[in-house]
Design a protein. Structure first.
Length: 165
């Protein structure tokens, strides 16, 4: 009986940190999806679901700490230097103030916002790492991938996919 208890204690010691890391990851996923879906709801877009394949791509890219868009086949938002996930996502959503529903289309000033609320997008996966200056990327680095991609360069697509509140 003592050997079974010993083995179970070892298993608990080994799996404990893994379980905590998984719980933290789940917490980040929930925060990311929740913040996106709150904004999407106000713009009449369906909820996003988490996609592990997108997340794997985003995590791999984020871990390189290169603050430039990848050549992904997905929609992509990047944020670096914000102290929290929430701060980064709110910065993207604040671009809404500069978006014109009277003249819909892509703009470098609003592209993060329009990707978040793009009605046809269904899935999201993100990577969040600490770069702290590596490759010139400050602080925390958030990379989010979206599928299908938004920001399709056509006024008609913007009219159908970026809806006013």
């Amino acid at each position: 009986m003592k050997s079974v208890t010993f083995v179970l204690s070892i298993v608990a010691l080994v799996l404990g940190p893994i379980t905590c890391a998984m719980a933290e990851l789940d917490k980040q996923q929930i925060e990311i999806v929740s913040l996106h879906n709150q904004l999407r709801e106000t713009h009449h877009a369906p909820k996003l679901i988490w996609d592990d394949q997108l997340a794997s791509y985003a995590e791999h890219y984020a871990s390189q700490c290169r603050f430039q868009h990848s050549s992904s086949p997905y929609g992509e938002n990047l944020a670096a230097g914000y102290p929290t996930l929430s701060a980064a996502i709110h910065a993207w959503s604040n671009e809404q103030k500069q978006y014109s529903y009277f003249s819909p289309g892509f703009s470098m000033k609003t592209g993060h916002f329009t990707q978040i609320v793009w009605k046809a997008t269904q899935k999201i996966g993100c990577g969040y790492v600490s770069c702290d200056g590596k490759n010139g990327t400050p602080g925390n680095y958030l990379v989010c991938e979206y599928s299908p991609a938004g920001n399709v360069a056509s006024r008609r697509y913007f009219e159908k996919n970026v809806l006013p509140e």
